[in-house]
Design a protein around this ligand. Structure first.
Ligand SMILES: NC(=O)C1=CN([C@@H]2O[C@H](COP(=O)(O)OP(=O)(O)OC[C@H]3O[C@@H](n4cnc5c(N)ncnc54)[C@H](O)[C@@H]3O)[C@@H](O)[C@H]2O)[C@@H](O)CC1
Ligand SMILES: [K+]
Length: 518
């Protein structure tokens, strides 16, 4: 499912109205009716009858308010009591909203024009729910004036809120929430999913998001790019290529499915290597070799019998600081298909030289994670590193992304989609920006948002598992963006399934459980 920014949505609206010729007021009619239908659905899911319901519809000055008026009319026609609360004198509404205002006059619904006078303030206790039609995709900056007070009061009322298009106060492009922002139970998103609803905290403010058709064709007009695609089973197949769900060939052998080389682990974090390697095997690569500091080898023997171990001389330290390590890894890689580097690597003298040797010398797909990302960030950042010819996937969590991009974590989180896209295109890498709703950005600027996953996955080792899965996807012949997207999707799905097994308490989820669920 494609998602768009506010500006892209305006272009689609314009195209639909001007080129296709569907009048704007028709789209507004469809929008408002869709919202009313979802309000009715929501009520009936809670209590099986509409009787006793009295909804307050918050009407803003623009077209979002116009949607609210249509919604109010359809709710009233269904027998729901409705009161309209306007932020401005109703006769000041214009355009399509003005048309809707003249229509709704005939219904003579109770109405309040918001002000600080007693008659302009709603008694929130009189209502059973709220429709938020204050601000939509025309929002500029944080809600001001009466909008801000109304949003704060609506949230404080504790009433269920159904938002029209987006929760008022949400940045439709980034998912950042202004202060205040409506906290909705349901958001009825019109025509196209909005980018800001795909990312937290916006995704939380929106509650359940329902995208409704309003007469705008569901395919973007030719020549108009969307902001990205939500990863679903269907979009994985249609957007990323039909070979994703490939089955094993009847005459395939272990060589058919590729050989992952993993450079990972150090004395205090040997488990990271083990998890990544095991995940790679479970994700279907034919063979996996774990290159590890030689001192660890005796302790790892037999831990995963299917795994090959390649000890790298470590001078007895259990770490990676020796000069010969890079040559040894490149030699091992010559007979393997993919290199993944980073989980549990630690930080060590000569770290930048090691990573640079791999970055420049590995003529195979490379997955860079965890400490390897921090090494990259510390070594002047990516701008100083030459572009690799082979596929390169970076899998930072927000903290690692912040270090890579020279930002704070809060700045990273403020616009995850925009940042991921810029970073991937500027540096010629495929990026997986992790965290709830991981963002996958390709070199050409395409963006995918993953929706699988579970809060229980916020646990040590989860990222190591993802690295192993993505490396295994590359080994099986997927290209970088396919491997990153499909790997992230599978990782989330494995987390969901592992959590379901532990339904009593998802907090008890371990990274190893996700591997077993693969
Ligand atoms: N033809 C179309 O374009 C359609 C638009 N639709 C609806 O129209 C919405 C977009 O409508 P508009 O472009 O009129 O914009 P909005 O209705 O989102 O908001 C614009 C109004 O809010 C004010 N405003 C903007 N930012 C503010 C802030 N931070 N604080 C206080 N006031 C602020 C503006 O002065 C303006 O009066 C969509 O979200 C959707 O709900 C639907 O009716 C379907 C068709
Ligand atoms: K809204």
């Amino acid at each position: 499912m494609e998602f768009v920014t506010a500006e892209q949505m305006r272009e689609v609206d314009r195209y639909t109205i001007e080129q296709i010729g569907i009048p704007a007021v028709v789209l507004m009619e469809n929008a408002g009716r869709a919202i009313a239908e979802e309000v009715v659905h929501w009520i009936l899911r809670q209590k099986k009858t509409l009787s006793g319901e009295h909804w307050l519809v918050l009407v803003g000055k623009g077209n979002n308010g116009g949607d609210g008026l249509v919604c109010a009319r359809h709710l009233a026609d269904r027998g729901v009591l409705v009161t309209l609360l306007y932020v401005t004198a109703p006769d000041r509404l214009n355009g399509e909203a003005g048309v809707q205002q003249r229509i709704i006059e005939a219904l003579d619904l109770p109405r309040i024009v918001y002000s600080d006078e007693a008659e302009g303030t709603p008694d929130w206790r009189s209502y059973t729910g709220i429709v938020d039609a204050l601000l939509g995709t025309g929002t500029q900056g944080a809600p001001r004036g009466v909008y801000a007070s109304l949003i704060a009061e609506a949230n404080a009322s504790g009433l269920p809120i159904v938002a029209a298009d987006i929760p008022s106060g949400l940045d439709a492009d980034t998912g950042a929430v202004h202060d205040p922002c409506i906290e909705a139970k349901v958001t009825v998103c019109l025509a196209f999913m909005k980018a800001g609803l795909t990312q937290y905290p916006g995704a939380k403010a929106a509650g359940e998001v329902i995208v409704r058709y309003i007469g705008i064709p569901p395919r973007l007009p030719a020549g108009l790019e969307g902001a990205g695609v939500m990863l679903t089973e269907e979009s994985l197949q249609s957007e990323l290529g039909p070979d994703l769900g490939r089955r094993r060939e009847p005459d395939g052998h272990k060589g058919t499915y590729g050989h992952v080389l993993l450079a990972a682990g150090s004395l205090p974090m040997s488990g990271a290597g083990l998890l990544a390697a095991k995940a790679a095997l479970r994700a279907g690569c034919g063979l996996a070799t774990w290159a590890l500091p030689a001192s660890l080898l005796p302790h790892m023997l037999g831990a995963v019998p299917e795994l090959m171990l390649a000890p790298v001389a470590d001078g007895g330290t259990g770490g990676w600081g020796t000069a010969a390590a890079a040559d040894e890894l490149l030699r091992l890689l010559a007979a393997r298909d993919v290199l993944a580097v980073g989980p549990g690597l630690g930080r060590f003298p000569g770290e930048a030289a090691l990573l640079r040797a791999l970055w420049e010398g590995a003529a195979r797909p490379l997955v860079v994670d965890a400490d390897a990302l921090n090494i990259l960030a510390a070594a002047d950042g990516l701008a100083a590193w030459k572009r690799r010819d082979a596929a390169t996937i970076l899998t930072p969590h927000p903290g690692e992304m912040a270090r890579l991009a020279g930002l704070t974590t809060a700045e990273v989180q403020r616009d995850r989609i925009g940042l991921a896209r810029r970073f991937a295109t500027e540096h010629g890498v495929t990026l997986v920006l992790k965290g709830a709703r991981s963002v996958i950005a390709a070199l050409d600027g395409r963006v995918y948002v993953n929706v699988t996953g579970h809060p229980g996955m916020a646990t040590g080792g989860s990222g190591d598992v993802l690295t192993g899965i993505i490396a295994a996807m590359l080994a099986q012949g997927l290209n970088a963006v396919q491997a990153a997207a499909f790997g992230t999707y599978l990782h989330g799905l494995a987390g969901e399934q592992a959590a379901a097994v532990r339904s009593g308490n998802p907090a008890s989820l371990l990274a190893g459980d996700m591997i077993e669920a693969l």
